[in-house]
Design a protein around this ligand. Sequence first.
Ligand SMILES: Nc1ncnc2c1ncn2[C@@H]1O[C@H](COP(=O)(O)OP(=O)(O)OP(=O)(O)O)[C@@H](O)[C@H]1O
Ligand SMILES: CC(C)(CO)[C@@H](O)C(=O)NCCC(=O)O
Length: 312
Amino acid sequence: MDNHHLSPYMTFNRKEWAALRNAVPMTLTQAELSSLQGINEDLSLEEVSEIYLPLSRLLNYYISNHFTRHMILSRFLGQDHKTPYVIGIAGSVAVGKSTTARVLQALLTRWPEHRKVALVTTDGFLYPNKILQERNMMDKKGFPQSYDVKKLLKFVSDIKSGIEKVNAPVYSHSVYDIVENESIEVEQPDILILEGLNVLQNQANGAAKSNRVFVSDYVDFSIYVDAEIPLLHDWYINRFLKFRAGAFSDPSSYFHHYSQIPESEALARAEQVWKTINELNLIENILPTKERASLILTKGADHRVASIQLRK
Ligand SMILES: Nc1ncnc2c1ncn2[C@@H]1O[C@H](COP(=O)(O)OP(=O)(O)OP(=O)(O)O)[C@@H](O)[C@H]1O
Ligand SMILES: CC(C)(CO)[C@@H](O)C(=O)NCCC(=O)O
């Protein structure tokens, strides 16, 4: 472990981190490991046990401590005081935030406390295409101004207040828009995993100047998933091609059009979108939030986590 005195982080390499899962062993059966792979067929099981399992153990300690504190507060107030633990997951488009979130959801549910873990992505709080078009912002999707931040803040604040049922809107990558008349209902979870490009943004990087409260104010533990730009570029293009391949026979998919033109043309468009939208957004609005994360996961080729930085 590198504990450089000027850095706010302790840095672990892969081997050092993997060793940390052993102190309180939690073993996963082969069947459980296989069911985790249903989350993402490219996810390696070695990755789950060496990286995500120790991470879920650490989180489980923090979460237990959170609930102990709230029990004390309940005693002090003489009334029930329970608020969910919020884990934020930030990082570039295509870095693997949603995969990370789903693996952590599965692992945290599995700890003996059997906590109820809800998962929400901030994509659902993007303005619908109709509004983005009216505001001439279709090439700004994912930028701070493309989100209905008020709605997102109300959502997180309602969850934190312990409101019984809170609804979140849904975004579809395949339709490339908010899905009308669809929502996910969040019912008093113990843990909320909130995943999205913007969960760590504050006034200094992107959020509207008039805002005084930020999503990050409601986040108890934040994870920034990081990788070098050339890797992110490749992951974005690969996922684009996967969507394109899946959209040949589905005319309702946004990607259908790309399946009807030559691959080289579709690729040129994907390259342009990456460069002018997602890479730009990463540099301007997402990367600057990295230094505020509680934990940074740095990935190398094949999504393999190479190092972990944990705030001291
Ligand atoms: N741990 C992993 N191992 C292997 N492949 C992965 C892993 N995580 C993500 N991927 C792949 O990388 C691509 C992007 O992943 P994912 O959709 O989870 O990213 P994201 O950060 O949630 O993207 P967005 O912000 O656009 O929603 C997908 O093709 C996914 O299959
Ligand atoms: C929905 C977001 C913003 C975040 O997941 C992203 O996947 C996206 O669609 N960006 C806009 C440019 C594009 O990739 O088409």
